[in-house]
Write a protein that binds this ligand. Structure first.
Ligand code: PMP
Length: 378
């Protein structure tokens, strides 16, 4: 390569990408990593064996392209949703991609794009606006209350004012952990359809990446009679398979048909499909870890409150806590916790940090670190 020192902005990149930064949760080599909402438990050995078997079988056919429509996988995912979501869905209602990030990207490629607008209620998942930007979709930052819940009236007003093509509702929300009531989702859905009565309505995406950890049931039954509603899910959290990269959604079959217009052919490799199918055979075992993590999440909430922190109620596998209003704010506290060997996440929410529920030992290490921090700052 030439030694000339050129940067991104010296290249003919799209105007809206100039001066921007990529998604960047730090990946640091620290003893206790509680920063990216992963599941701390490695997959059980019996599942590792089953993955090996399934992948070996798939390897024999790697000279061919994989099943483009991932029919077996979508059938199994539909079965999982029907069993756990209290709402019957078939493979024609399910779509899968490489992580729910790709699911969201395909949704925005289909229903957003240049000249179109998406809204989310912030603070929320930082990739929603980044994927909007990547697909040329304008982003509107909608409001939340001081306690980080969605203010239904303010949200309905924002939808009426901006008339978005796509509405994101993240429940439980990242990074705050707050769930959204079904009546609120219905109110936002109705507002979005009213605001875009000139088009065929607006798409409402309920991002349920963390729903298995919630005290509340899934919003899946809201799909009934709502063709512009989508529920997106992932195997990265509850299934403990962030490295697999498998996200999926449930929606009216017409939404799934529309996504075929933008998906790359054979986007889900045969190895991915085989691995996900093996994991789905072990759903019951994996969901037992979820129960442990929910208990640990509740212990973190109680522990942090006991130490004197302000904690946002959580329905996810992480907890938002603060307040760090002193010198350096949340970032200084993040560094001090890191200095004690524990990596948490500074999501840029003023005065707050987020910690992912880990193993009991990791959570103890975290609680020790934040207790020491509290006594050092008084
Ligand atoms: N939605 C939310 C709310 C998330 O927090 C995340 C992961 N951090 C995702 C979607 C994406 O997950 P994945 O691409 O691993 O499925």
């Amino acid at each position: 390569m030439s030694t000339t020192d050129i940067g991104i902005d010296d290249l003919p990149v799209r105007e809206e990408l100039r001066g921007k930064s990529p998604y960047g949760a730090p990946q640091l080599d620290v003893p206790v990593q509680l920063n990216t909402n992963e599941n701390p438990y490695p997959l059980p050995e019996a599942l590792v064996e089953r993955i090996t078997e399934r992948v070996r079988e798939a390897a024999r056919g790697l000279n061919r392209y994989p099943d483009r429509d991932a029919v077996e996988l979508r059938t199994e995912l539909a079965g999982y949703l029907t069993r756990t979501g209290k709402y019957p869905v078939g493979p024609e209602n399910v779509w899968a991609a490489n992580g729910s990030n790709e699911v969201i990207q395909q949704l925005l490629q289909t229903f957003g794009g240049p000249g179109r607008t998406a809204i989310g209620f912030e603070p929320s998942y930082s990739m929603h606006p980044l994927i909007a930007r990547g697909t040329g979709t304008d982003w509107i930052s909608g409001p939340r209350r001081e306690d980080f819940t969605v203010d239904e009236r303010a949200a309905v007003d924002a939808i009426a004012a901006h008339r978005p093509d796509v509405v994101f509702v993240t429940s439980p929300n990242n990074p705050t952990g707050t769930a959204v009531a079904p009546e609120t989702v219905v109110a936002l859905y109705d507002a979005a359809q009213r605001a875009r009565a000139d088009a065929a309505g607006a798409l409402v995406v309920v991002d349920e990446a963390y729903v298995e950890f919630s005290h509340r049931p899934s919003l899946l039954p809201l799909l009934e009679g709502r063709p512009n509603l989508v529920v997106s899910r992932t195997m990265s959290k509850a299934f403990g398979a962030a490295g697999l990269r498998l996200g999926y959604l449930a929606a009216h079959r017409a939404v799934v048909d529309a996504l075929q217009l933008v998906r790359l052919p054979y986007h889900l490799s045969a190895v991915t499909q085989a691995t996900a199918l093996a994991a789905l055979e072990h759903t019951d075992t994996l969901l037992k870890y979820v129960e442990q993590l929910k208990e640990e999440r509740d212990r973190l909430v109680a522990g942090l409150r006991g130490i004197g922190y302000e904690v946002t109620d959580s329905d996810a596998n992480f907890v938002q806590f603060g307040r760090f209003d002193g010198e350096g704010g949340a970032h200084a506290a993040w560094q001090q916790i890191l200095d004690r060997g524990v990596l948490v996440r500074d999501n840029g929410v003023p005065g707050r940090l987020r910690v992912t529920a880990g193993t009991p030992e990791e959570n103890d290490a975290f609680l020790d670190a934040v207790r020491a921090l509290k006594s050092s700052v008084g």
